[in-house]
Design a protein around this ligand. Sequence first.
Ligand SMILES: [Zn+2]
Ligand SMILES: [Zn+2]
Length: 180
Amino acid sequence: MNIIKLYFLWGVGMVINVADLKLHPRTSQEFRLQENFSDELLAHLNGHFLEPVKVTIKFENTGRILVGQGMVHTVINLICSRCLKDIAHQVNTPINVVAASPDEDHTEAEEYLLELRDNGDVDLSSSVEEAILFSLPLNPLCKDDCLGLCSGCGVDLNTRKCRCEQQEIDPRWQKLNELK
Ligand SMILES: [Zn+2]
Ligand SMILES: [Zn+2]
């Protein structure tokens, strides 16, 4: 039978302690963490965090390893790739990790592996960062049918009509072009 204990760990970073869970095979523990992340993580996207990062994760002692499954939530300001408007992008993305001591055999779970330190601490930061970055769109859009900016005059085509096209077919310009 599973014993589920709930831990609220707000403002102490992304480090949890599973020493107790490690002692009790076939049990699980749920952790809730909250942390302000540095905008540096999003610098290459010109993004920044609008909310702290919240993580809810349940760790299960399978008898051999500790398997963690949960969700990462935050809100990130991104720039629309077409019209350059700010977007409040909701992140709700799964996180899957395995915590094991460096000396244990864990080859099958390598890509999710986090180090379980001797004192029972596991730092989730890198996995949380990865989960966030992986969830972000390559080309963020403010809306699916965003019309973007006119490449000619730069107006936002969502809100204004541009006159580039009309000018192109303006007969006076046409004459001028013929004189060249
Ligand atoms: Zn847009
Ligand atoms: Zn235009």
